[in-house]
Design a protein around this ligand. Sequence first.
Ligand code: NZQ
Ligand code: ZN
Length: 391
Amino acid sequence: MENFVFYSPTCFVFGKGTEATAGQYVKKFGGTKVLIHYGGGSVVRSGLLDRVKKSLNDCSIPFVELGGVKPNPRSGLVYEGIDLCKKENVDFILAVGGGSVIDSSKAIAAGVVYDGDFWDFYQGKRIEEALPVGTILTIAAAGSEGSPDSVITKEEGMFKRGASGDAIRPRFSILNPELTQTLPAFQSAAGITDIMAHLYERYLTNSEEVEVTDRLIEGLLLTMIHEAPRVIENPNNYEARANIMWAGTMAHNNSCGVGRSQDWNSHSIEHELSALYDCAHGAGLAVTMPAVFTYEMNHNVMRFAKAAVRVWGCQMDFEHPEVTAKAGIEALRNFLISIGMPKNFEELGAKEEDIPKLVDVLCNGDGRKGSISGFTTLNEEDCTKIYQMMV
Ligand code: NZQ
Ligand code: ZN
């Protein structure tokens, strides 16, 4: 196990009806003027936005609103949010929605207190300072409610890039699984796929002797395999929603990623797809992961075989561990298809003729130097082959 510092100061408030406490938590964490940031309207239709406003009003906390965050959130609305916060002297950002809303909120929070262009943070500058952010989560997926990360797409060039810093870890996150019961099955499945990807990206490590985090990841993956079909069958299954929601937070607040190197090649390769085609991030990952894992498999066959046996219940073939490893990847692919995820470029809405463009932006865009690196290092030729495997 490698040395690590684990800092995860977010206050998680979990359970039924907890959104009614939003005002109290804003107050507790020092907010006196709030920006409520939300997406394309699901929180308006469900009545959640009204309940959140009531909670702020009950605590006499003034607020302004900015809706319209799109999935794969764009830089344009971030600039608008920064201007609004400066004009209105906002000192706390309350994200009401999914990963896209939370990421847009984090970008605004960092941008308000920074003299330069907020995009600097998405080109590698670490976020050291930001307004405090609180979240009320409506979809179990990205894990942004507990992560120090934000992913934004810059409209010019459609670069989808991430920024990081402990300053943007939410001060509190309200997790009420009931709020996820209005999700369409496709969005639930895309979220589940993203959670599983966050676990796999950590499982694929070059660090030795990391049994405790291996076992945590395996346990969370087994939970997803158990609970996913239950929410697809019955969207109102509160207990299954609850287990998925907490698994989603645990999968990405890095409690199961400490002390080990991680992969993230699947995420980098996927981000180009959701940037270009505006597909759901989880749906893109469903197509990306089996291809990347098959390509990376020989780098450490035993690691894939271990997941195959411990997570997917495959029989270990000691003479041919690659057979076991492949069976595990196939089991993952079939599972994702069974919950309604796409299996190839066509089903995702991606085009084979775009592969050179995808590879160029992936490997050379925005300051990169011809490759990406995680569990393995992948150059332009590798990435081309991986995208071709998805066709
Ligand atoms: O915009 P509204 O109307 O709210 O609709 C959303 C959106 O269309 C809808 N939705 C959310 N909650 C709902 C609901 N519909 C009905 N009922 C509800 N309760 O679902 C759609 C997707 O929402 P979005 O926020 O985009 O989903 P998700 O949480 O999957 O976030 C995806 C974004 O997060 C980034 C992804 O790249 C993508 O841009 N990620 C962020 C990470 C982070 N900050 O740590 C890590 C992840 O790996 C990921 O890259
Ligand atoms: Zn993800």
